[in-house]
Design a protein around this ligand. Structure first.
Ligand SMILES: Cc1cc2nc3c(=O)[nH]c(=O)nc-3n(C[C@H](O)[C@H](O)[C@H](O)COP(=O)(O)O)c2cc1C
Length: 177
């Protein structure tokens, strides 16, 4: 893949808030996670696990758990959710967290999630990363006491890609030659 193709993939990924009824093939999800698991992490800690919910009743409950005050209504139509759970970090990054007062686990999970959504895009799927959810409800549905970091709605998209509003490159790129 050259840089042009990578940029095309990055531009193709867009938050999807309108999914078709088409179910997501299990093999595709396995392929996505198989690729994303090679994401980098502090001290190679890999503090994540992915919990995929497609079963109808559980899926409806997840959709409800990401909705409050009228937000994330689109989740009702998502055929699958990937729940990103925080797993135990290794001692070294945990110590670094304490000393540097930086949450490396959150950074690691963000990088992992970016790998997941880009790989899903390459597989022809659409995603929406959801950061607004009721932790207790989701914990109960997937039966975990661990921290729920993100929920990703996953499916085949029914929407056109609109242009992306982003900061200009000269606002974010500085050279020190
Ligand atoms: C950590 C995180 C949390 C997000 N939470 C939500 C959410 O709860 N609901 C939603 O509709 N979009 C959510 N988004 C999607 C962002 O709104 C979206 O990525 C941003 O507006 C840029 O648009 P794009 O993804 O289409 O390029 C979230 C994105 C991230 C990275």
């Amino acid at each position: 893949m050259n840089i042009k193709e990578i940029k095309e993939l990055i531009l193709k990924r867009a938050s999807c808030r309108n999914f078709s009824d088409h179910p997501v093939e299990r093999e595709k999800i396995e392929m996505i996670v198989e690729a994303a698991r090679f994401a980098p992490s502090a001290c190679n800690s890999q503090p994540w696990s992915v919990h995929v919910v497609t079963e109808n009743e559980k899926r409806k409950k997840i959709a409800q758990a990401v909705q409050t005050f009228g937000i994330n209504k689109f989740a009702d139509k998502a055929p699958a959710f990937m729940i990103i759970v925080q797993e135990k970090s290794q001692l070294l990054p945990k110590l670094a967290d304490l000393i540097k007062k930086v949450d490396y686990t959150a950074i690691d999970i963000g990088i992992f999630t970016a790998h997941l959504v880009l790989t899903a895009t390459a597989a022809g799927l659409s995603t929406c990363i959801i950061g607004w959810f009721k932790t207790k409800k989701i914990r109960k549905i997937i039966n975990t006491k661990n921290k729920i970091r993100l929920v990703i709605a996953l499916g085949y998209g029914n929407q056109r890609i609109s242009s992306k509003k982003r900061k200009e490159i000269n606002e974010i790129l500085k050279f020190y030659d």
